[in-house]
Design a protein around this ligand. Structure first.
Ligand SMILES: [Zn+2]
Length: 206
């Protein structure tokens, strides 16, 4: 099994600039911390590649703030670690973003989820070998043939949102992305708590 995190399969049109003073930045920092502490966002030390990313929709717009590329190793994030994604063109595999850092290489997946339903206010993507192995196929799972960060993944998420309980449970396994799990919610608190509760229930009792 290959870890494919860190590849940027899409073209990122990046405008380097400071971010506006958005309240969502503090919220992202607050909810990323317990996910990092739980090992759900981090870095594969042996290959030096970060994994996991977190985003939040700005108001009711299609725009979202997302953690920047290769920030997985950082214990805490600050404003300089986020990018604002303002456009995503799935067919051209192209994302436009602005901010002090380029958006996560998985921005296309986040963009795809926000586009499915206006009520999705936040997206959390984590890696967990145990959760992935345990839940793959038993909860909504994207096809193994679909790699992350591709236009096909965008269509695949829309499909499982329609045909499974992903829209209500808010958690899906990325079948074609080793260790990859996604949660969605009306807010970051909802999306992050869903993953953290799963992680807690995965611990051995006693
Ligand atoms: Zn991933």
């Amino acid at each position: 099994m290959t870890i494919d995190e860190g590849y940027t399969k899409f073209v990122c049109d990046w405008t380097e600039c400071a971010l506006p003073d958005l309240a969502e930045i503090a919220e992202l920092c607050r909810w990323r911390k317990p996910l990092f502490d739980a090992g759900l966002i981090g870095v594969y030390e042996d290959i030096g590649i970060g994994f996991g990313n977190i985003s939040v929709r700005i108001g009711r717009s299609p725009d979202f703030l997302i953690s920047g590329t290769q920030t997985g190793h950082l214990h805490e994030l600050a404003a300089e670690h986020f990018a604002l994604v303002t456009q995503a063109d799935f067919d051209r595999n192209r994302v436009s973003c602005s901010g002090p850092i380029q958006a996560s290489s998985e921005s296309m997946t986040h963009a795809a989820l926000y586009r499915i339903d206006e009520s999705i206010g936040a997206v959390v993507h984590v890696h967990s070998e145990q959760l992935w192995r345990r839940l793959k196929g038993s909860i909504p799972t994207t096809s193994e043939d679909v790699a992350y960060g591709t236009p096909e993944m965008a269509r695949e998420f829309a499909r499982i949102y329609r045909v499974s309980d992903f829209s209500s449970s808010g958690i899906a396994v990325m079948g074609g992305h080793a260790e990859g799990i996604v949660s969605i919610g009306s807010s970051l608190a909802v999306a992050a708590t869903r993953i953290l509760e799963l992680q807690n229930s995965n611990r051995p009792k006693g």
